[in-house]
Design a protein around this ligand. Structure first.
Ligand SMILES: *Cc1c(COP(=O)(O)O)cnc(C)c1O
Length: 377
């Protein structure tokens, strides 16, 4: 069986987790949380990276910091995970879904401005597969209309747009360390803050509305409840598991990129014959090999391909059912403009097994499976 995913793991995780236990420091904001946060800050240039219990929670924090209220509107793609929408819906906002570009599956930046209304408060671009959205255009619209930008960079740790790290171009960036992502702590994520002015409000929000973070830094004598908040900090045990991978990030990232490039090279002949389409990486985007997908001709062909591969013990999977067509999406949102590509392109997309440590023989079996499927059609 070739699984679609295997959770990321680095062997030193055991030693680090043991050290956290022996130090009697498994609650939040311990040594490993500090190491992971500093790594993220060094990698992205964020004014502050705050480790969270999930990317979903980081998105919730961003929605709270944007002060989203009932009646506000947020512009986002329909082709995304529900968490991008949930965070704003929880604050009473309406989702305004905008079509995607067929090449990158990202928000079509040329359609964003016509979706802006007097109620729009934020734009939430999603960097699908770790490939950057057209951030210059999106940031320009946000600046002119005085909107927040919350980047859902869940899949984009390590990715760049025109050399700039994703997740730090908008006001807020959120990343995920779920076990399906490039680096993992089981469940977890981080909120990236571009500007220093957000550090204190975000720290308070994350620590139950207290100024405990300041207290730990020795800036105040005792801590107290100062504002609204919740508990968004993960156990240091999870951070210890993550740190083992971040410490080896360049090697893990290189191996993952090698698998991605191998798929791309091996499948290019099939793409040249126009049997399938391969992912497009704009020249000014540096991706992180988060995902390898191909596109079939249509939904029926995709269903047949997934079944064919399954018979060979290969787990290939489709991705999002567009949010605007889901029960909650219909209740909490509307599609602005025409759905030219969201449904049609998501129907064609199938993701191939890709994870840290994918064996070359397994990648070969997947490639062979795809070629054999098309040879029989
Ligand atoms: C994985 C993912 C999330 C959710 O991440 P969690 O850490 O599981 O909450 C949100 N948005 C996108 C685009 C994702 O891929």
């Amino acid at each position: 069986m070739i699984h679609f995913n295997q959770p990321p793991f680095a062997p030193k995780a055991f030693a680090y987790m043991q050290r956290a236990v022996e130090a009697h420091k498994i609650c939040g904001d311990g040594e490993y949380t500090r190491l992971c946060s500093r790594w993220l800050e060094a990698d992205t240039g964020a004014a502050r990276a705050l480790l969270t219990t999930s990317c979903t929670h980081a998105l919730e924090m961003a929605a709270l910091l944007c002060d989203i209220h009932p009646g506000d509107e947020v512009i986002l793609p329909s082709f995304t995970f529900c968490s991008t929408a949930d965070a704003f819906v929880m604050r009473g906002a309406t989702c305004v879904f905008v079509d995607i570009r067929p090449d990158t599956m990202n928000l079509d930046e040329t359609l964003v401005e016509q979706a802006v209304t007097p109620r729009t408060r934020a734009i939430a671009p999603v960097h699908y597969a770790g490939v950057g959205c057209e951030m210059d255009a999106i940031l320009d619209i946000a600046r002119r209309h005085n909107l927040y930008v919350v980047e859902d960079a869940a899949q984009a740790v390590g990715s760049r747009y025109k050399g700039r790290p994703l997740g730090t171009l908008g006001d807020f960036g959120t990343v995920s360390f779920h076990e399906t992502k490039n680096f993992s702590m089981g469940e977890g994520g981080a909120l990236l803050l571009r500007d220093e002015s957000w550090i204190e409000p975000a720290e308070i929000l994350r620590e139950k509305g207290t100024n405990r973070s300041k207290f730990f830094r020795g800036q105040i004598d005792k801590y107290t409840w100062v504002d609204k908040g919740s508990s968004y900090l993960p156990s240091d045990l999870n951070a210890a598991y993550l740190w083992a991978q971040l410490e080896e990030a360049p090697a893990l990232a290189a191996a993952r990129m090698d698998s991605w490039n191998y798929y791309h090279a091996q499948l290019s002949e099939l793409a040249a014959r126009e049997r399938i389409a391969l992912p497009a990486i704009p020249a000014h985007c540096t991706h992180n090999a988060h995902m390898f997908y191909i596109k079939t001709r249509d939904l029926a062909e995709r269903t047949a391909l997934i079944a064919f591969l399954k018979q060979r013990g290969i787990q290939a999977v489709f991705h999002y059912v567009p949010l605007h067509s889901s029960p909650a999406g219909r209740k909490f949102g509307r599609f602005a403009g025409e759905d030219r590509f969201t449904t049609a392109e998501s129907d064609r997309l199938v993701r191939l097994p890709l994870y840290n440590g994918l064996a070359r023989a397994d990648a070969d079996a997947v490639v062979q499976g795809v070629y054999d499927f098309y040879a029989g059609r």
